[in-house]
Structure formats: structure tokens, C-alpha cells
Design a protein around this ligand. Structure first.
Ligand code: NAD
Length: 409
């Protein structure tokens, strides 16, 4: 395969960003088709492609027009949470490889349909969870795999991102998140923290997530934000709107091999960004927020936290030994290509697996297992934090599937 002819479906914030910062800069890819339900978004992205690569992609309002092996070799789907799975299934059924953007799912049935479509067709499918390529996540994971932290007992993470403005301006920006925050109450964005943790714990490869409990706080952040910004916000209908989505949603997952995973959705109160990836074992831990490693008995690291909170960031001293080579050699272009490098790496992973006909680094079972947390957390929250069973989308195959390399490029 020479250059991969790529179609992009969904040209909102993410689809446009990936087109501009990653796809047109990836020498293995040429964008031949673009689709959105909004004409202006197609025009804008077509101009980017023309300017950067010189070709004019086909533009269409109907993604079904892209289902043609003459037109594209693969599709990247970045539509809204409620549309992206049915769109992916249509491409899989047509034998066109899919790179699917992340998000949660409120519908367990559609996740089974996704798994069924892949099992029936075996069309290459990758779930584009860029945080699986995060520098901190990979450092912590590699240290865990090498046994530095002893036996792993617990992992935690968060999607802590102040999205109040994005949610409140959803109508004018034609963004899907607003409706979710009004009508749902769940762990609506589980995969950024869960993806890397699931990889570390070999979920679907010898281990599996068995059950969860979720609890949501009250929903005060959006109401307060809308009130405080009443003169600035264009959408006057929001004044007095009732938001159902709790500000902080805590979820605890129990794994078959005895580990627990604690996740936190934290998107509607003032705060700085954090994924808080943390791995705890019998011999020590890594935590992303402070970029801090503590190994049992390390007095210097202990004092650092106990007494002066200085010199945090001590994990840098482990990079030489444990950081994947591609992170050590990261180029300026890759750093600038979105989320500090993760976005460029995840597309390199997709391209490499596709070209070499290898197993995709993040597969359909990962996608289903991680996305289903949204539906299940909603159920648990409705039932006052009652435990909910997590389906095994591998139908028992996880028992014999082998753990994968943590550097999936
Ligand atoms: N990995 C990351 O870091 C990251 C970051 C942001 C968003 N995302 C994911 O990307 C996806 C899109 O997010 P966004 O913020 O760009 O949302 P957005 O609302 O800005 O964009 C979605 C686009 O999809 C289009 N669309 C919806 N249904 C369609 C259909 N049937 N056919 C064609 N186009 C359709 C919409 O018109 C819109 O332009 C989500 O799944 C989100 O979770 C991932």
C-alpha cells in the first residue's frame, strides 16, 4: 500500500484539528474525502487539505457516499458520541478500515453490534484513545511492567477538565456535549483515564473488569456558570436550565484479578486540567499529577512529599531507562501536532498496523469495554451507587488472549 487514502467523517473541533495538525502532515496519508452534516465545515477542511497537500478531497453531507474502496482505504470517524458507532459499523461491514474517536456509550446493545460487526468482517479497527500514547502513562506503565512497583493493586485516573464554557456555548458552536449535560448523569468520558489503565492491567488479555459502582455529586457548576455569565452567553435559553449531570462522578471498578480502578469525571467546576494517572503496587507508585515516583524505602522521595513539596517531578530521572524510544526522539512537529505528541503517535500506530497487516494496538474489545462504563455508571448512579456487572465483550476469550506490548506503534 502506498499512501493510505483517508476519509474523515465529522469535522467539528476534533475532526478539523486532527485533519489540520496530524493527517495532512503524515506522509503516509492522503485525505481523499471529507464529510460533515454542515457544508461550511467541509469547505474549511477541504481548504486546509488543498493548501497543505495540494489535492481536492471529495466533500459530502452523507457519510454513506464515502463507502467506496475506490475513494478511500480507511476512514477516521470523529462525529458525536451518539452517532459514531453506527457510522463505524457501516464502514466495517463494507470492509473499510476504521479509526474511531473516543467517547462513552449509553447503549450496551450498540457496543455488542460493534463487536459483532468486527468479528463478522475482521475489518481493521482501531479505537483512537490518544492517552494510551501519553508520555506519563507510558512511563508509569513500563515501570509497572518491569516490576518496579511490585505487584499492582490499584490504579486511578481522572478526566479533570473544566468544560463549562464548551458546554454552555454548545448551541452556537453546534457541539453535542450540551444536550448530554442537560439530560444525562453518568461517567460520560471514561476512556482517557481508563484506556491506559486497562492496558496496564491487561484488561481483555488475562484480566477483565467485572463490576462497578458510580456515585455522582449534585449538579451546581453549570447552573452557577450560566448565572454568572448571563450577559456574555448568547444562548439565553440556558438561564434557569436544569443540568442533570453531576459535577463530580466517582466510579470504582473491580477487576477479576483483584485490582481496583478508581475514576473521576470532573468537568463542571473551576480547575486545571489533569488526568491524574496513578499506579500503586506493593513496592511503590507513580502519580502523574506530581510526576512523582515513590519506591518503598526511598527516603529522599519520601521527604520531598512529606516536608517541602519541592523537587516534585522526580520521575524525570527514570525517563532514560523506561521511556519508550519514540518519546525520547519526539520531534518539534510531533509535539505541536496535538496533545503534546500523543495524537501524532496514535496515527502512526494506526498506519503502521494497517500497512503491515498487524493487529491494531487498541482493538474493538478495548473500545467496547471502555465505552460501556458510561451506560453502566448511569445505571449505578440511578440506583444510588448499586454495583453493576460489566459485560465480557470477548465472550471468554480474554482468558487466553496474550498481553500486548505497551508501546503500540
Ligand atoms: N481524543 C481526544 O483527545 C478528543 C478530543 C476532542 C474530542 N474527541 C472526540 O471526538 C469526537 C468529536 O468531538 P468534537 O469535540 O469534535 O465534537 P463536535 O460536535 O465539534 O464535532 C462533531 C462533528 O460531527 C458531525 N457529525 C455528527 N453526526 C454526523 C454524521 N452522521 N455524519 C457526518 N458528520 C456528523 C457534526 O456536524 C460535527 O461537526 C467525540 O467522539 C469526542 O469524544 C476526542
Amino acid at each position: 500500500m502506498d499512501k493510505i487514502k483517508m476519509g474523515v467523517v465529522g469535522l467539528g473541533q476534533r475532526g478539523k484539528g486532527i485533519t489540520k495538525d496530524v493527517l495532512v502532515k503524515n506522509g503516509d496519508i492522503v485525505i481523499t474525502a471529507l464529510c460533515d452534516v454542515y457544508e461550511d465545515r467541509i469547505t474549511e477542511c477541504a481548504e486546509i487539505v488543498k493548501k497543505e497537500n495540494g489535492n481536492e478531497p471529495k466533500g459530502t453531507l452523507n457519510y454513506r457516499d464515502l463507502i467506496s474502496k475506490e475513494l478511500i482505504d480507511a476512514v477516521y470517524i470523529a462525529t458525536s458520541w451518539e452517532t459514531h458507532i453506527p457510522v463505524a459499523i457501516d464502514f466495517l461491514n463494507a470492509g473499510i478500515p476504521v479509526a474511531l474517536e473516543v467517547g462513552g456509550s449509553l447503549d450496551i446493545k450498540e457496543l455488542w453490534e460493534l463487536v459483532d460487526a468486527w468479528e463478522k468482517t475482521k475489518t481493521p479497527f482501531m479505537f483512537m484513545e490518544n492517552c494510551c500514547y501519553g508520555k506519563d502513562e507510558l512511563l508509569g506503565t513500563q515501570m509497572a511492567r518491569k516490576g518496579v512497583f511490585g505487584e499492582i493493586v490499584h490504579c486511578s485516573g481522572a478526566y479533570a477538565h473544566d468544560l463549562r464554557e464548551e458546554v454552555a456555548t454548545g448551541k452556537e458552536k453546534r457541539h453535542y456535549r450540551l444536550n448530554h449535560y442537560i439530560s444525562e448523569n453518568c461517567e460520560n468520558y471514561p476512556t482517557h483515564e481508563l484506556g491506559p489503565i486497562a492496558k496496564l492491567l491487561n484488561i481483555n488479555r488475562g484480566n477483565r473488569m467485572v463490576s462497578l459502582v458510580s456515585v455522582a455529586s449534585k449538579a451546581a457548576g453549570m447552573r452557577d456558570y450560566v448565572k454568572k455569565n448571563s450577559d456574555k452567553l448568547e444562548n439565553k435559553e440556558l438561564q434557569g436550565e436544569i443540568f442533570n449531570q453531576g459535577d463530580i462522578v466517582d466510579t470504582i471498578i473491580t477487576c477479576e484479578n483483584g485490582e481496583t480502578i478508581r475514576m473521576c469525571l470532573d468537568t463542571t467546576l473551576p480547575r486545571s486540567y489533569d488526568r491524574a494517572f496513578t499506579v500503586r503496587g506493593t513496592n511503590g507508585y507513580y502519580t502523574q499529577t506530581l510526576n512523582y515516583v515513590f519506591i518503598d524505602g526511598d527516603e529522599e522521595a519520601f521527604q520531598t512529599i512529606e516536608h517541602n513539596m519541592k523537587n516534585i517531578n522526580n520521575a524525570v530521572k527514570y525517563e532514560e531507562e523506561y521511556l519508550p524510544e519514540f518519546w525520547k526522539k519526539i520531534t518539534k512537529e510531533e509535539i505541536e501536532a496535538g496533545h503534546g505528541g500523543m495524537d501524532a503517535f496514535e496515527f502512526r500506530g494506526f498506519v503502521s498496523a494497517l500497512k503491515n497487516k498487524k493487529e491494531m494496538p487498541i482493538d474493538v474489545y478495548d473500545a467496547a469495554a471502555w465505552m460501556c462504563i458510561t451506560a453502566l455508571s448511569s445505571e449505578s448512579i440511578k440506583n444510588n451507587g448499586a454495583p453493576v456487572q460489566i459485560p465480557d465483550f470477548t465472550r471468554g476469550a480474554y482468558k487466553t488472549r496474550k498481553p500486548k506490548d505497551v508501546f503500540p506503534i
